[in-house]
Design a protein around this ligand. Structure first.
Ligand SMILES: Cc1ncc(COP(=O)(O)O)c(C=O)c1O
Length: 408
């Protein structure tokens, strides 16, 4: 049986639950109708040309590409739209930042410092650049809530350090890193250090000002804010030079070859407008849903651990719970049968069944990491969605614990 046939069979036996609530916004999510509608004209009515060609459909494409650069730049305090580079994903933007900078500086030797809880699209290119160009990549440990200790960080950055990448918000446990302090430490240890931050899980959830932070490069991904998947953006401060690690025909972007995905960029623009139209109210609204979900789970299900901080340094949309004595993978399936869609362990490692490197880095045991479930909320959730999840989760956990081989 081909994979497509197997999946077809699986979906047939799964059926469509009477209520469905999607909490797996860490991995990807639905695109709201107004974002879809913003994209539609760019497929065949306007701007369907190549944005660097001189004719009307090309100029229309260029217009929306630049409108999006201007809007995005404004939301993070960039000084020039050309500081924003579109890629085709957040992964590509992280690769451009890390491989692109280290490729440009390949004659130099020295250290690359990243935190141990970075997304793999940061850790892997940093390690790859070390193999290719002889830099030494070191991972800074974090504490039990995912924070890089500033005092410890001081021991990692020095005159030998070329590049640092530490994310603004952790994608799995929601830790809002005290980034300004870390950037100041790095720059005072060595003003030549280029500091990159992966802001994929921060953008739209905490205010960002690249100038106040003093950060040199910053990554964003469209599908993490209900935009379409397949567009990423990298802010590169004017004066910082990179060399594109992939080669081909350059278009509007001088640092990322390949024609820009104009309809998706138009959708990204709409998603940004929505995220920033009522920022504080929206974030507070989601924070209340998050707290209700956390309280509801911990009060109705015994033997749970909330992963990540439980104070103002937890991002408003993140709930990460380890349900002891069961496999998270089994729980995602059980919940799916009831229309509650979540992910387990780590978003990006769930298919290989490796325990999340983030959870291991904060000191969780393998079985605690395996039993973890990640919920990502947004302003598209309603209180009744949380009520429904809280109705389904305790029963699902109880059922799985009854048949689990793990002793309680
Ligand atoms: C923190 C973080 N960085 C980077 C990425 C990669 O972004 P993309 O899925 O657009 O490649 C993700 C995706 O989940 C992420 O959570």
């Amino acid at each position: 049986m081909s994979i497509a046939q197997k999946v077809r069979e699986l979906l047939k036996s799964h059926g469509t639950p009477s209520k469905e609530v999607y909490f797996d916004l860490e991995n990807s999510g639905f695109v709201p109708q107004e974002v879809v509608e913003a994209m539609m004209p760019y497929f065949n009515r306007i701007g369907y040309g190549h944005p660097s060609i001189t004719h009307k459909p090309g100029w229309e494409a260029l217009e929306v590409v630049y409108e999006t650069k201007e809007l995005l730049g404004k939301t993070i305090g960039a000084s020039d739209p050309d500081e924003i580079v579109f890629t085709h994903s957040g992964t590509e933007a992280n690769n451009l930042a890390i491989l692109g900078y280290l490729l440009k500086n390949r004659g130099r030797k020295g250290k690359v410092v990243v935190s141990s809880i970075e997304h793999l699209s940061v850790i892997f290119p940093a390690q790859f650049a070390s193999e290719l160009f002889g830099f030494k990549t070191v991972l800074v440990p974090v504490d039990s809530e995912g924070f890089v200790d500033p005092e410890l960080f001081k021991l990692y950055v020095d005159k030998e350090t070329v590049f640092v990448s530490i994310q603004m918000v952790n994608h799995e446990i929601g830790t809002i890193q005290k980034l300004k302090e870390l950037i100041d430490i790095a720059k005072s240890a060595n003003p030549d250090i280029v500091f990159h931050t992966d802001a994929v899980d921060a953008y739209g959830w905490i205010p960002i000002d690249v100038k106040k932070l003093g950060v040199d490069m910053l990554t964003i991904s469209s599908h993490k804010i209900h935009g379409p998947r397949g567009v990423g953006a990298l802010y590169i401060r004017k004066g910082v030079e990179v060399e594109p690690p992939i080669k081909g025909q350059l278009s509007v972007e001088k640092n990322w070859p390949g024609v820009e995905n104009v309809p998706l960029i138009a959708g990204f623009k709409k998603a940004i407008e929505i995220m920033f139209s009522n920022f504080d109210y929206r974030v507070e609204y989601v924070r209340k849903l998050r707290d209700k979900l956390i309280k509801g789970i911990t009060s109705s299900v015994p033997h749970t651990i909330i992963n990540g901080p439980l104070n103002e340094y937890r991002v408003a949309n993140n709930v990460n719970v380890s349900f002891l004595f069961i496999e998270g993978e089994a729980l995602t399936v059980e919940l799916s049968l009831h229309g509650v869609y979540v992910s387990s362990g780590s978003a990006c490692s769930s298919r290989v069944l490796e325990p999340s490197h983030v959870l291991l880095a904060i000191g969780r045991k393998h079985e605690e990491a395996h039993g973890s479930i990640l919920f990502k909320l947004s302003h598209y959730h309603r209180e009744e969605d949380i009520d429904y999840a809280l109705e389904v989760i305790p029963k699902a956990v109880e059922r799985l614990r009854k048949i689990s081989a793990w002793k309680q």
